[in-house]
Design a protein around this ligand. Structure first.
Ligand code: AMP
Ligand code: AMP
Length: 349
């Protein structure tokens, strides 16, 4: 079920507050709001507020003991302040999809699209219909005839993925390490470099922008190569993809047209799937092969933490804007323009 918030009639951005929860990309979102002249607030679970105070990016820090206080306390405060909530990766992880759907406060983005993004089958349907190239999916472990990557449902930040080359290898790891988990997908392991493309689509300007690209710094996928092959074998290191940080990337210029087309197709297709379609920040998670084929293995329908290196803007936003434009700031600009033109409803889910 999706609830509709009651919208204030004001066209003055000063009557609104940009709100997010303290984690993931909150620093960037808060700074971005401030740069656009909007007030902001951050909600932190006790013990995590320090960093938001140290950097001084928040006008208000609300500290709660537990996320369960959201219903009883937090939402009421948010509604009182005309707060517009900006979701990010941790927000969805802490709240859960159902709670996001029934939230009463104003929410930037399409709630309905979360449904498509969180179900691997529906996600694949959406991406395939957008004419994107995807890694093959194998139906069952017995079909494993090549290198595959096994992903458990809801694996946060790549935690718990593993590689197998045969059905026997699959069962050996699965039975030993994940005996009780049976919700997984078996994807062809694509040899190439991972590139995360950060997009922004504004329903106000109706333009798709490429904001930046990153790659992830993953432990211990990014540490195995630091020792020689014989030592790798001897140490019996398990390849894991736990995310530790993000590294900025600039892509080969001749790849940009394809990246733009991919983003545009995804937005176009999303409009056929749900009311307002996908808008705001989103990310296509890709592997680029040596033949320069771009395969997409996942979509994130919100701001990703890979945009964090670009608090001061990216080489791409520098081409387009005359101020440092982070994705966080771009969100606030979209909201500001929507409020000023009386179109706020168009950017709320
Ligand atoms: P944290 O607050 O750092 O524990 O992260 C909460 C959620 O956001 C987890 O699901 C993480 O996997 C995800 N997350 C945090 N930082 C990043 C990042 N840099 N890239 C991708 N996901 C992230
Ligand atoms: P994710 O948590 O889905 O973003 O994936 C974590 C990491 O797994 C990525 O950064 C990639 O390095 C790797 N990965 C995911 N899917 C594939 C695939 N199909 N082929 C190769 N590597 C992959």
């Amino acid at each position: 079920m999706i609830s509709q918030p009651i919208l204030p009639a004001s066209t003055d951005p000063k009557d609104f507050v940009i709100a997010t929860i303290g984690s993931h990309s909150a620093l960037q979102i808060l700074k971005g709001a401030r740069d656009e002249g909007l007030r902001n607030l951050v909600i932190c679970k006790k013990g995590t507020e320090d960093v938001y105070k140290r950097y001084g990016v928040a006008d208000e820090v609300i500290v709660i003991d537990d996320w369960s206080e959201w219903d009883s306390k937090v939402e009421e405060e948010l509604i009182k302040r005309n707060a517009i909530v900006i979701p990010h990766g941790s927000f969805i992880a802490y709240m859960g999809h159902d709670k996001v759907g029934t939230m009463q406060s104003m929410y930037y983005g399409t709630k309905e699209i979360l449904h498509w993004e969180s179900d691997r089958k529906m996600e694949r349907q959406w991406l395939e219909a957008s004419n994107l190239k995807l890694p093959k999916v194998l139906e069952k472990p017995e079909d494993i005839d090549r290198s595959v990557i096994i992903k458990f449902h809801g694996a946060g930040g790549g935690f718990g993925y593993f590689i197998a080359n045969t059905p026997e290898q699959f069962y050996e790891v699965k039975n030993r390490k994940y005996p009780d988990q049976n919700d997984f997908v078996i994807q062809e392991y694509v040899v190439g470099v991972p590139i995360y493309a950060h997009y922004f689509y504004s329903p106000i300007t109706q333009e798709l922008e490429i904001m930046s690209f990153d790659k992830r710094y993953e432990s211990n996928a990014d540490s195995i190569g630091r020792i020689k092959a014989a030592d790798q074998l001897a140490a019996n290191i398990h390849t894991s993809y736990t995310i530790v940080g993000n590294i900025p990337i600039v892509v080969r210029e001749s790849l940009l047209p394809e990246f733009f087309t991919m983003g545009e197709n995804v937005v176009e297709q999303s409009k056929k799937l749900c009311g307002k379609g996908l808008f705001g920040p989103f990310c296509l998670e890709c592997i680029v092969t040596r033949k320069l084929e771009i395969l997409v293995f996942e979509i994130s329908a919100r701001i990703v933490a890979g945009t964090n290196p670009f608090v001061e803007g990216s080489p791409y936003t520098a081409l387009k804007y005359d101020v440092p434009m982070s994705t966080g700031r771009r969100i606030s600009r979209d909201i500001k323009e929507a409020i000023e033109s009386g179109r706020l409803e168009e950017v709320l889910g």
